[in-house]
Design a protein around this ligand. Sequence first.
Ligand SMILES: *Cc1c(COP(=O)(O)O)cnc(C)c1O
Ligand code: SF4
Length: 338
Amino acid sequence: MLIIPDSDFASQTTGWKQSLAQSIRSYNELLDFCELDPLRLPQARLIKHDFPLMVTRHYASLIEKGNPEDPLLKQVLIDHRENLITPGYQTDAVGDLESMPIPGLIHKYPGRILLNLTGACAIHCRYCFRRHFPYTENRINLDEDGAVMSYLRRHRKVGEIILSGGDPLMLNDDKLSQLVMLLNTLPHLHTIRIHSRIFSVLPERITQGLIAALLAFKGNIVCVTHINHAREIDTRNQVTFKKLTSEGFHLFNQSVLLKGVNDHVETLKALSYKLISSGVIPYYLHRLDKVQGAAHFDLTQEQSCHLYQQLRAALPGYLLPRMVDEIAGELSKSPVHC
Ligand SMILES: *Cc1c(COP(=O)(O)O)cnc(C)c1O
Ligand code: SF4
């Protein structure tokens, strides 16, 4: 019952780009699609924006019609509170820029390096901490004899490369394939990890061609999906995840704790169970990075802790994501002690 076509290679390799081109990019179109009256959404307004609205058709299809409080809708609908300046919220909330020895290469933690492959995404999440990241000034250069590859060759204790962005699966298969070939030349590398929201929001992207390109890697391939609510997973996603696991990929999920989206114990519990029945292991529950424009999604430390204590009691240990903060200057994500 796989809907991932094995034949017709040409159309499946370009089909996702067509899907992407058909994404919803305007406020009116999104409200129309969700059968919502703009008058019922006083907080969402047409404001001028440097981070425009963008939603894939697949994700939009999972939004409940006629519900202005839908938790999926809230993640993507522009809100006038994004323009508020809140004290204590920054533009580089996690200190990425100070840990970037070479444009696009972030080395914060021993043993693993993150490559920022692109600024592009398939969906614009309103709470995103990378929304202020100066991608155009920090374009990565992956030439064989360039600075990034030379840095990776020199750092022999780094066994894992994390492909990130933006969204690393916005790169086409040829680009990813070339990157995998380059990474194969590093003897000390044992794992490639891919952090992407595309696994769930643009299932068309997970083609046989993509899988083949990644499987050319000599070591482990770990996929970290980014799903915040159980309703972001439908049967089409489950088929995709099953395909990836059957090919030997390891699947984990990270979520962001978001006010009005997933800040209830039942919601988080349902997410963990939906993930495991889809072959995905809950990994992290991030507290919101204190980024300018996203303060209305934030919960206080007490609220987060109260929720996490309830969640810990409600779930078996293997389904409990680790609640973490990302603190600039630390050598790992910081567990929130509750
Ligand atoms: C989150 C992150 C990692 C990965 O951390 P893990 O705890 O291994 O998941 C690596 N590098 C950077 C820069 C990160 O932000
Ligand atoms: S897909 Fe990831 S990087 Fe892109 S806007 Fe959403 S959270 Fe941010």
